[in-house]
Design a binder for this molecule. Structure first.
Ligand code: GLU
Length: 421
């Protein structure tokens, strides 16, 4: 709980700008480019009504932010969460710009969010909210302009409603306006698993570099949504022992190892990992400090802070979440010799397969799962290798190296396009 209270006070936008500033110094970026890349290009705030099941009307607030479009259309997810703020969405949009650049896919960064706790809404209310929000942001989204995708508390069904709403408004079916759709609507095979799969591909590469035997590694995962769940399942399939898992209610720990599939089945029934038989219940804060080899933060931003970074015992931290570590915590982890696979690299598998989905939709030609996963592995291992090379050559952390690669690519695209008018 203590972690969450401290985390709530940290503004993710300030974190994102601080991370960018550091990269700009390392790259000796010109003052003009620094000013341009430090701010988002567009921020849209919408307040919109939704009719609730009891006949009353509620007004919700949502955002869509486009950070930088130099390398292509805006790309990034939509999240539903009661704590969403404009600053959080700005940070997430900026991180998408760097994420797309670090894996070399031709998109700029965007992000959206609605301030709502979807657990408190019926399915019909969530559908109504999604359709009206899509209409409100339709002045920005389009297959060649800005392409949303799932994020925290949104999924393939949400994307189906968004695609349908957009298509109804324009008068024809436009599958490429969103990614992460059901396969029946032009979604890609492997998209649902892609973020977690990419996380595990990058852990495999990191383990090889650090000479860690995954078969002997103990892993703790914070967050058991899509990304945390898939990462836990796939890292167990690599032979690692998952000793800790958590969700919004709390965490469970079993030093001899947890059966991830059994926990997934438990969560299906009980909606939380808590109460899982044979495991000790601990807090989310304690989970981060567990005695383990690999820590996978797969929940929300600013979880690893100056307050707990020094207590983290894992040798490798694989950032499946966006922005889980503050810059102050980063310094502590670096000093303590922790190997951090930074979010913009580690969790880029999701947007990479989103890119594959968008290409398949535009070409009306669909790939099999083997091809999708093989291409994903190729992209992830190449990006990991370039980041590691930069990190070793420049003697900087993996985060700074990933930022240097990404920011340089975006800066090059921005400056070669020139200023209009
Ligand atoms: N929401 C995911 C992310 O944070 C995926 C974005 C996308 O596929 O566009 O990377």
């Amino acid at each position: 709980m203590a972690t969450q209270t401290i985390a709530a006070a940290i503004n993710p936008w300030h974190v994102a700008q601080q991370q960018f500033d550091l990269a700009a110094v390392h790259l000796n970026l010109s003052p003009g480019l620094r000013k341009v890349l430090r701010e988002p290009k567009r921020e849209l705030t919408v307040h919109f009504p939704v009719k609730m099941d009891d006949g009353t009307v509620e007004v919700f607030t949502g955002y869509r932010v486009q950070h930088n479009l130099s390398r292509g259309p805006a790309k990034g997810g939509i999240r539903y969460h009661q704590d969403v703020t404009l600053d959080e969405v700005k940070a997430l949009a900026m991180w998408m710009t760097w994420k797309c650049a670090v894996v070399g896919i031709p998109f700029g960064g965007g992000k959206g969010g609605v301030r709502v706790d979807p657990k408190k809404l019926s399915l019909r209310e969530v559908e109504g909210l999604t359709r009206r929000f899509t209409t409100e942001i339709s002045i920005l989204i389009a297959p060649d302009r800005d392409i949303p995708a799932p994020d925290v508390n949104t999924n393939a069904q949400t994307m189906a409603w968004m695609m349908d709403t957009y298509s109804m408004n324009v008068g024809y079916t436009a599958p490429a306006v969103v990614t992460g759709k059901p396969v029946a609507l032009g979604g890609s095979e492997g998209r649902t698993e892609a973020t977690g799969r990419g996380v595990v591909y990058s852990i495999v590469e990191a383990a090889r570099h650090l000479d860690m035997d995954l078969g002997k590694c103990r892993v703790a995962v914070q967050g058991f949504g899509n990304v945390g769940g898939v990462s836990a399942r796939l890292i167990a399939a690599e032979g690692a022992t998952v000793v800790g898992l958590s969700d919004w209610m709390g965490a469970i720990y079993r030093p001899q190892g947890l059966d991830v599939d059994a926990v997934l089945a438990w969560v299906q029934e009980h909606r939380t990992v808590m109460g899982f038989p044979g495991a000790r219940e601990i807090t989310n804060g304690e989970l981060l400090e567990l005695d383990c080899d690999i820590l996978i933060p797969a929940a929300l931003e600013t979880q690893i802070t100056a307050a707990n970074a020094g207590k983290i015992r894992a040798r490798m931290i694989a950032e499946a979440a966006n922005g889980p570590t503050t810059p102050e915590a980063d310094e502590i982890l670096h000093k303590n010799g922790r190997f951090v696979i930074p979010d913009i690299l580690c969790n880029a598998g999701g947007v990479t397969v989103s890119y594959f989905e968008w290409v398949q939709d535009l070409e009306r030609d669909f790939w099999n799962i083997g091809h999708v996963n093989e291409k994903l592995r190729e992209v992830m291992t190449k990006a990991f290798a370039s980041t590691l090379e930069m990190s070793l050559k420049q003697e900087v952390s993996m985060r700074t190296a990933a930022y240097m690669l990404a920011v340089q690519r975006v800066a090059d695209a921005t400056s070669v396009r020139g200023l209009y008018p």
